[in-house]
Write a protein that binds this ligand. Structure first.
Ligand code: FES
Ligand code: FES
Length: 158
């Protein structure tokens, strides 16, 4: 059913008239051209499609657009602020925590959500927090190192 959905997208008020049962993933990718989040499995198993909803990582392939009514959605395109990359983005680059990059936006947004809950995560908390995100290139070790580096860089709230 077509419905008006209002939400904040990467800091900007956004109003759409859409079939409100369509998934957030496809509305963002095809209607709004935000292709940072990826389609992987489509069934909640890979984490490639992660976005932040009210700063919590969610799988956009499983969320009907109507459920973000009144919420704040952030995609990887909205993570940098004032032209400056987020510490997680910098850390992923510094640690070379990717190969093909397909999983990277989802990894970074899940890590963002994880660091909000655990600003100084243990190794085990990182592994557990990232278990819903798969990397077919096997970059997990460097991904964990990047999250540890970002956590350090963010100490003190930077
Ligand atoms: S595409 Fe959403 S979890 Fe895989
Ligand atoms: S870097 Fe290729 S899927 Fe993770």
């Amino acid at each position: 059913m077509e419905e008006v959905v209002r939400f904040t997208l990467n800091g900007k008020p956004t109003t759409l008239t859409v079939d409100s049962d369509r998934t957030l993933l496809w509305v963002l990718r095809t209607d709004l051209g935000l292709t940072g989040m990826k389609y992987g499995c489509g069934t909640g198993l890979c984490g490639a499609c992660m976005v932040l909803v009210d700063d919590k990582a969610v799988q956009s392939c499983g969320v009907p657009i109507k459920l973000v009514q009144g919420k704040a959605v952030t995609t990887i395109e909205g993570l940098a602020r004032d032209g400056k990359l987020h510490p997680l983005q910098k850390a992923f680059m510094e640690k070379d925590a990717l190969q093909c990059g397909y999983c990277t936006p989802g990894m970074i947004l899940t890590a963002y959500s994880l660091l909000r809950e655990h600003p100084r995560p243990s190794y085990g908390e990182i592994v557990e927090g990232m278990e819903g995100n798969l990397c077919r290139c096997g970059a997990h070790k460097r991904i964990i190192e990047a999250i540890q580096l970002a956590a350090k860089a963010m100490e003190g709230g930077s």
